[in-house]
Write a protein that binds this ligand. Structure first.
Ligand code: DOR
Length: 441
């Protein structure tokens, strides 16, 4: 048998399920074929990783890439280019496009559009709506589907499941874990005057207050328990939700975002105005610290970027007519590496949250770990590199980042998708060859 590897990554420190240690990685046919001391091995291509960390590629399980319908903000080519520049090797994309992804035709359309244009692997969520509840059980099993996404509170786009009766029908419709944006729509409606009267983005966390998030998460967890359907609570922002989630690990997993771990109100609104506006909102430092405690205790399963680009022109509309959301797919890994450098989490925990966690939560069986037989999705990282995040390095079509001007320590220097080097030193290489992610049934 020919024992030549297609690609050999030599001399790095690899973060594997067994710990952090010196290990070469041998790749054959897009999969990890060997890990360890591979001195003397032959390879068609060799990458020198000395001085670098070898991580599994990041799976960003919450991105909004806006295609079809809103391509002036982003499309699948620009969004996935930004992804691989940031060490991300797979993305799970959200359904609030135009039209929304609510049926088989819309899902297949996204898969068609991704072919030959996506730089990383992709999967797409199907949005739940009162009209498609009965079809969700079939839709979630289609190839390339990441699962069902529910908006309990309205955000960008028209998708909404606001009452318990419809939500219970959604939860009874199938088996896979359901991803949920938990903000209570009746309370948002009741309190909208707070935003409309103040014309100040600092009002955002008052309008969409702590109780708005806690109430929705409490309703969701009760229904998840009653229906025995696993749920994944996206972008958790409050101490109260973290406490509730700790009581429901058997039915609920938890995501936080880098921006909720990094920014705090009111400072972020004073400095960034509507650029800091997102749903659910950035809250006070007290809540940010509760999220860090949830990272430290192991309660958090996933860090996802909620990459939600809007143009600067759109963001410049007076609040609350300004749209909610900020880009983040390209900056998630550097920001979290900076938090590692600052001692807020370990590199093993980073890999758990950005790579293994999303794979486990959604059932992407061959992704998220540096281990034999897994897809050779890899990020090479220079843990000591200090660089400043700037708008002009942002590949997203929106062309800005809320982290502009921030110096961070720890940068991806190469991204490998199923054994193909697609990014090296900030340059895209080769052709976009992303494929649909395969999930467990
Ligand atoms: O701030 C947000 N923006 N939150 C969401 O839930 C949606 C997102 C978007 O698509 O713009």
């Amino acid at each position: 048998m020919d024992d030549t590897f297609d690609l050999l990554i030599r001399g790095g420190r690899a973060v594997t399920p067994g710990g952090v240690g010196d290990a070469d990685v041998g790749v054959r046919s897009g999969r990890i074929a060997a890990l360890g001391d591979l001195a003397g091995a032959k390879a068609l291509e060799t990458l020198d990783a000395s001085g670098l960390l070898v991580l599994p590629g990041v799976i960003d399980s919450q991105v909004h890439f806006r295609e079809p319908g809103l391509e002036h903000k982003e499309d699948l080519a620009t969004g996935t280019a930004a992804a691989v520049l940031g060490g991300v090797t797979a993305v799970f994309e959200m359904p609030n496009t135009r039209p929304p992804t609510i049926d088989a035709a819309a899902l297949d359309d996204k898969l068609d559009r991704a072919r030959g244009r996506a730089w990383c692997d992709v999967a797409f969520f199907v949005g739940a709506s009162p009209e498609n509840v009965d079809a969700l059980g079939e839709l979630e099993r289609r190839p390339g589907c990441a699962g069902v996404k529910v908006f309990m509170g309205s955000s960008t786009g028209s998708l909404l499941v606001e009452d318990d009766e419809t939500l219970e029908r959604v939860l009874r419709s199938g088996h896979r874990r359901v991803a949920v944006h938990a903000e209570d729509e009746p309370r948002l409606r009741e309190r909208h005057g707070i935003a409309a009267d103040r014309h100040d983005p600092a009002a955002h966390p008052d309008w969409r207050d702590v109780e708005t998030a806690v109430r929705a998460t409490r309703r969701l967890l009760a229904l998840a328990r009653r229906t025995r359907r696993p749920v994944h609570v996206l972008h958790v922002t409050t101490a109260g939700e973290a406490a509730l989630l700790a009581e429901h690990k058997d039915v609920a997993s938890m995501e936080v975002t880098p921006q909720h771990l990094t920014f705090a109100a009111p400072e972020c609104y004073e400095r960034l105005g509507t650029l800091a506006q997102m749903n659910p909102p950035i809250r006070s430092a007290e809540h940010r610290e509760a999220l860090w405690r949830a990272v430290a205790t192991g309660l958090v399963d996933v860090v996802g970027s909620d990459h939600a680009p809007h143009t600067l022109e759109e963001k410049a509309r007076p609040y609350p007519d300004s749209p909610s959301g900020m880009p983040g797919v390209q900056t998630m890994l550097p920001l979290m590496l900076d938090h590692v450098a600052a001692g807020r989490l370990t590199i093993e925990r980073l890999v758990d949250l950005l790579c293994a966690g999303p794979a486990r939560v959604y059932g992407a069986a061959t992704k998220g770990r540096l281990a034999a037989g897994f897809d050779a999705d890899i990020a090479l990282v220079d843990p000591g590199a200090r660089r400043t995040i700037t708008n002009d390095a942002i590949a997203s079509r929106c062309g800005w980042t809320p982290f502009d001007g921030m110096e961070v320590r720890g940068w991806p220097v190469a991204t490998i998708v199923r054994g193909r080097v697609v990014m090296r030193d900030g340059e895209l290489l080769g052709e976009p060859s992303g494929r649909p992610v395969a999930f467990l049934p």
